[in-house]
Ligand binder design. Structure first.
Ligand code: NAD
Length: 138
């Protein structure tokens, strides 16, 4: 699903789960939605804060939008934790950016972990998404 398709499906009251929201693209996507778009719903940022995640990149957003932005330290391969987030925040839609594919590290060590890791992936959010028929960018 493209960015335009996703945002066109977001209603005023949507609670959007963004995975990897503390990374490069995810943090800019969250900033764009909250500061520059017509979106008026809530965003839950689920990020495990690997080497690539920077919690400081959205500190100003957390201060500016305390009712509309929530950070949850969570790994998307942890299914019980993901299900807990779906229940606790009543997630309506999912946008995946969580990845272990940092561009700089992929150039410096393309054969090195974590690029070959199979433990992470969007599998955990996919299952509750499908069960609840929640739109996702997958
Ligand atoms: N950066 C680019 O130029 C670019 C271009 C095209 C596509 N992409 C793709 O977009 C996606 C995001 O890219 P990026 O540059 O923002 O990556 P990034 O490495 O900057 O951010 C990834 C984020 O995912 C988090 N993360 C990693 N494993 C996790 C897990 N198991 N659970 C929860 N969070 C986890 C990290 O902490 C980090 O915050 C990737 O799939 C990437 O391949 C990136």
């Amino acid at each position: 699903m493209s960015h335009a398709d996703l945002t066109s499906q977001l209603s005023d009251s949507t609670t959007l789960l963004v995975t990897g929201g503390s990374g490069f693209i995810g943090s800019n996507f969250i900033r764009h939605l909250l500061e520059e778009s017509d979106f008026t719903g809530r965003i839950i940022n689920a990020d495990s804060l690997t080497y690539a995640g920077n919690p400081e990149s959205l500190e100003d957003i957390a201060r500016a939008f305390p009712d509309r932005y929530v950070f949850e330290k969570a790994a998307i391969c942890d299914l019980p934790r993901v299900e807990e987030l779906f229940e606790a925040h009543a997630i309506d839609a999912v946008c995946h950016f969580a990845a272990e594919s940092h561009v700089d590290r992929s150039i410096l060590g393309p054969g090195q972990p974590p690029f070959a890791s199979l433990r992470s992936g969007p599998k955990a959010p996919s299952r509750p998404s499908r069960q609840k028929q929640i739109p996702s960018n997958q």
